[in-house]
Every structure is written in C-alpha cells, then in structure tokens.
Design a binder for this molecule. Sequence first.
Ligand code: URA
Length: 445
Amino acid sequence: MSRAATDPTSYDAVDVIRTKRDGGRLSGDQIRWVISAYTAGDVAEEQMSALAMAVLLRGMDRAEIADWTQAMIASGERMNFSSLTRADGTRRLTADKHSTGGVGDKITLPLAPLVASFGVPVPQLSGRGLGHTGGTLDKLESIPGWRAQLSNQEILNQLDTVGAVICAAGASLAPADKKLYALRDVTGTVESIPLIASSIMSKKIAEGTDALVLDVKVGSGAFMKTHDDAEELARTMVALGTDAGVRTTALLTEMSTPLGMTAGNAMEVEESLEVLAGGGPDDVVDLTVALAAEMLAGAGITGVDPAEHLRGGQAMDSWRQMISAQGGDPDAPLPQPRHQHTVTAPASGVLSRLDAYAVGVAAWRLGAGRSRKEDPVQAAAGVRIHAKPGDTVTAGQPLLTLCTDQEHRIPRAEEALTEAVSVEPEGTQLPAPTLIHRRITAEDL
Ligand code: URA
C-alpha cells in the first residue's frame, strides 16, 4: 500500500466525495485512503454516508469495485485454511456458499453438512437477519445450547474433524464492511450493486475459502427485483472472486415466493431436518442439491449425486456432528409458539401468487426478525405455508399459519399479507415456475 493510502492527511474526504458526486472515478489510492481512514474514525460517518450515496447514484467501474473490495479486506485479518490436509499430505480445498438473502431461505442449514459429508470442509461464516430476510445464525440459535461464536482455532479444528462449521464472522473480518454496512442500512444506501458486491465479496475473500458459489436471488423478496440487476450483481461478484483467486460461480434463483413451507427460525430448522432426512419440499431439496454440486465441483469433486447423501443419511450424520460440536443438542425439542392464527384462502381456484416480501414482513412482525441489530428474535415465531403457487385451493381453507409468542403482533402481521395472495379461476394454466434461472461462471464475464 502506498504511503498516501495510509496517511490520514494525504487526501481530503470532501474532495473524494465531490469527485464521485460529479461522476468521476476514484483512484486506487483515494479508495484505500478513504476506507482505511473511515475504519480508523478519521473520516466522519456523515462524510462516508455522503460518499456511499454518491456511489449509489454514480456507480463504480470494475477497477474501482476491485480496489474498494481489497481495501475492505485489508481493514482486518484474513483467515487461512491451507493447513487442512489429507492423510497423504495433499490440501483439502474448502467450499462456501453465500446467498444474497431471501424469505424462507434455510438452504445453508442442510447444504453445509451435505457438502461436508463428501469430505469437503465448509467454513460458513454467517450473519444475523435484518429486516424481512432471515439470518442463518438466528435459525440455528433456536437449537438449545448451540453456540454461534467460535475462535479461529475452534473453526479450524471443527473443519478438520467434522468438516462443516456455521458460525458468526468474527469482528476482525473486514471491519470496514461492518461499519459501512451498518451506516448504509440507516442511510438508504444498501441497494447499490458496487456496494453490495464489495461488501459480500470482501467478507468471503477474507474468510479464505477456495471455492464459492453465490446464490443471487431475484424477485419481490430479494434485494434485486429485476433479472438485469441480479445478473449484473452476479457478474460483478464472480469477477471479484475470480480476480482474487477464488473459484467462484453464481446461480440466479427465484425469490418471488418463499422457499419451502416455512419462514421463521425454529420452523426453518425443522424443515431443514426433513430435507436432511431425505424428504422436505421439492424447491428446498432441488436448490440444496444444485448448490452442493457447484460447491463440490469448485473443490474438485465431480461425478457424484449430492441427493444420495440426503437419502442415505450421511448428510444427517454430518449435521448431528456439526450441531453437537457447537454445544447444541440435535435431539432437543425445538421451541413452539404460544399463539397461532390461521389465514384462509380468499377464493377457490389456483393459487397464482404468494408474495415473498409480504410473507417475510409478516414473519418479521410476528417476532422472527429484528428492526435493530441489538433486538432479540423469537425462535418460534414465523409463518407456516400450507399452499404454494400452482396448488388448487378452496375458499376458506387454511393458507398460512401465523405463529408468535406475543398475540398482539398478529394483526400487524396479517395486515402485511393483505395483498400477498392471488387466486385465479380453477383450470387456469400458469407458467411452470423456474427455480434456477441461470448459472454464471468466470467464462461468462
Ligand atoms: N449482504 C451483505 O453482506 N452486504 C450487503 O451489502 C448486502 C447484503
């Protein structure tokens, strides 16, 4: 890093903001300086907030995004799993997955132990939910005794012995992103492709995984509402990963309706257990298997069918070891809600729409999610889904069950669902739903 990038007096934050505000490009040194000075507290929150808005409105080119990502990686420590070896001394390549976030997206839960059951270590450093999308750690914390915080040494030991680790990303991993993400969250600057791509990839590259598959969601329940935006985000992230030497691929997947039949913490664990036992909803199984195949291929394993380890119980064995290794009791009963309320079908016919965003907001209002980082979540809160688009329904039949520990939350959750459902007359032919829209690899860039 040049001296200019580390010297707090070498640039003026206002000049950097003005350059981007007026549509100019930032130099590598300017980017390294502004990220390092912001992390150190020498660039004020209001200045970074103005810069984030300028980036959101003006964009960044590929070189700027790469410099921004590298600067955020350099703000903290990089993990290294190169000590993981086989008996013959050869390296065991690690594989990870990142989803851009959706409703009912519990895929990480069955996926990590499934991939580990093929001998590929999975370091899955995850986050908590904010807003309408759930967080993997919140889901797993509904398992009595399960612990999200592990030291780097514990992560390495568990990768070596069990193979799968799902835990909280430590404070020292890309601290610039932690600060910036919290700021973006309260300044309307989350929805910027360069900022999302650099935020996600700085953490994944710093984590040190060898292979990475990105599940880029598109639809009402996702950050990216259009295919064009989702594809641009996917390409940007695949380019960043590839340039950093990580074998990166992306799948563009549907998020206009929730994944599976549950959106809530404990209930998503329960559904993941069904998948690990060889059952579960088709969409959850299909996506888990497709992402597992990508991760295995990235780690050099091809010609296997991941679904066999769901049917054969190997993935469930891995799950049990992974949960026990982090203090959880895989046999403990999961929390149940104190109150339930049924939402019924408004008409008879074919359910043509069950809106992911509305279900996510309802689950959040029931207590499954949080509005502020420090808020607690309810393990048993959420929405159980009884019919999915394409199913025939009869007026008055149960469509959704709203679950919560606090009855007063139910009316606001129900309000979120007012426009969530459409029913077409019986016999209406709906287009076949597509779960995986396309795959993007380094060759597509
Ligand atoms: N997830 C992240 O980690 N960062 C973003 O900016 C958006 C989603």
